[in-house]
Design a protein around this ligand. Structure first.
Ligand SMILES: Cc1ncc(COP(=O)(O)O)c(C=O)c1O
Length: 365
């Protein structure tokens, strides 16, 4: 066949359906930016964590341990969940996408709230399953009754993001427990707990007890937020049965978690005193941001996360404000990129960064 330059590649039809992840801008910018756009930790990793990752680099002529045995063992010890019921991944996004692949297919259904984490729509688009988005309630919280009523015989996966990204709100464990009890045992319930350590409504680890009662439950967590290791990509899922980790491993490439990431996460886990310090700093930032925004006449949602969410109010142009902040070196996320126009999601930075954000915002309003 003659070579035809104009002939286009033919892709899997799912590719066109997959939404582009709304990544934050500004990665290429240098200079003194206030980066409040990606719910990152403003604090650098501990020296011991950097040292562990650096030491691991000495051995990268070998493949990483494909079972991440030491990391999964440490997670098992910390949470009292057997290692065979713990899946790790190249960020918790890796686990999310593998869940889509392992559980969904055309004809199947996925239920999640909206607005919620921007990766969830990718699961239905990639698999050809039907996604059912359930609106948040008037307080920007998950409406669990409405979500339960969307479950049908076709449902394979229900996702509850607690605390919810982008709205920062959380629901109490009692409500979560009652919801999980209502879901048929053949339907996987994923509680995405990426921000659970910042949630002061309940003990962040209290949800783990539910795993013993519900083999269909999984709790998704990450080293990206509280541990501040998002640049290395490590997430994990604590699961109610070993079937889910086995299925996730079946659909993924063999060496999905690199050597440096495994070593850094293992070391970070040993520094729970630092975790406690960071939780405290976030609680202080929450008050600083809440008070500052309230003084500007805004009404942020009740945050249990390391970020806040608020409507800008009638007559204010979201893009103008986001651009105005960026032009003065403050990066935040526009609600329209996250499922709701006219709102902003702003991560908590250091006290100085938060002050700078509030000052620039005040000038723009
Ligand atoms: C709710 C939620 N889940 C999961 C993730 C994924 O995090 P990672 O892949 O870095 O673990 C994020 C990241 O922002 C998130 O907000």
């Amino acid at each position: 066949m003659p070579h035809n330059r104009a002939m286009a590649l033919e892709f899997n039809s799912a590719v066109k359906q997959i939404p582009v992840y709304p990544a934050a801008a500004g990665y290429a910018q240098s200079g003194p930016l206030v980066r409040l756009a990606s719910n990152e930790s403003p604090y650098p990793p501990l020296a011991a964590v950097v040292a562990a990752a650096s030491a691991a680099l000495e051995g990268v002529n070998r493949y990483p341990d494909p079972t991440s045995a030491r990391l999964r063992g440490a997670l098992a010890d910390r949470y009292g969940v057997p290692a065979e019921r713990i899946a790790v991944g190249n960020g918790s996004c890796d686990i999310l996408l593998a869940m889509g692949e392992a559980l969904l297919e055309p004809g199947a259904e996925l239920v999640y709230a909206w607005p919620s984490f921007s990766v969830y729509p990718q699961l239905e688009a990639a698999s050809g399953a039907r996604g059912i988005r359930v609106a948040l309630d008037a307080h920007e919280c998950h409406d669990l009754d409405a979500m339960a009523s969307e479950i049908t015989v076709a449902t394979r996966l229900v996702i509850v993001c607690n605390p919810n990204n982008p709205t920062s709100t959380a629901i109490g464990l009692e409500q979560i427990a009652a919801f999980v009890a209502r879901v048929p045992a053949s339907v996987c319930v994923l509680i995405d707990e990426a921000y659970c350590e910042f949630n002061l409504l309940d003990d962040p680890d209290a949800s783990i007890a539910l795993l013993d009662r519900h083999p269909n439950l999984a709790l998704l967590r990450t080293f990206s937020k509280i541990y501040g290791l998002c640049g290395l990509r490590v997430g994990y899922a604590l699961c109610g049965s070993r079937d889910l980790p086995d299925a996730l491993n079946a659909v993924r490439q063999p060496f999905f978690l690199n050597t440096a990431a495994q070593a850094a996460a293992l070391e970070a886990l040993a520094h729970q005193d630092e975790v406690a310090r960071r939780v405290e700093r976030v609680a202080v930032a929450r008050v600083q941001m809440h008070d500052g925004l309230t003084e500007l006449g805004l009404r942020p949602a009740a945050s249990q996360a390391n970020f806040c969410w608020f409507a800008l109010g009638e007559g204010r142009d979201e893009a103008e404000i986001v651009d105005g902040l960026a032009s003065q070196g403050v990066l935040v996320r526009a609600g329209s990129a996250l499922g709701r126009e006219g709102a902003l999601r702003v991560s908590y930075g250091t006290p100085t960064e938060n002050e700078r954000f509030l000052e620039v915002l005040a000038g723009l309003l």
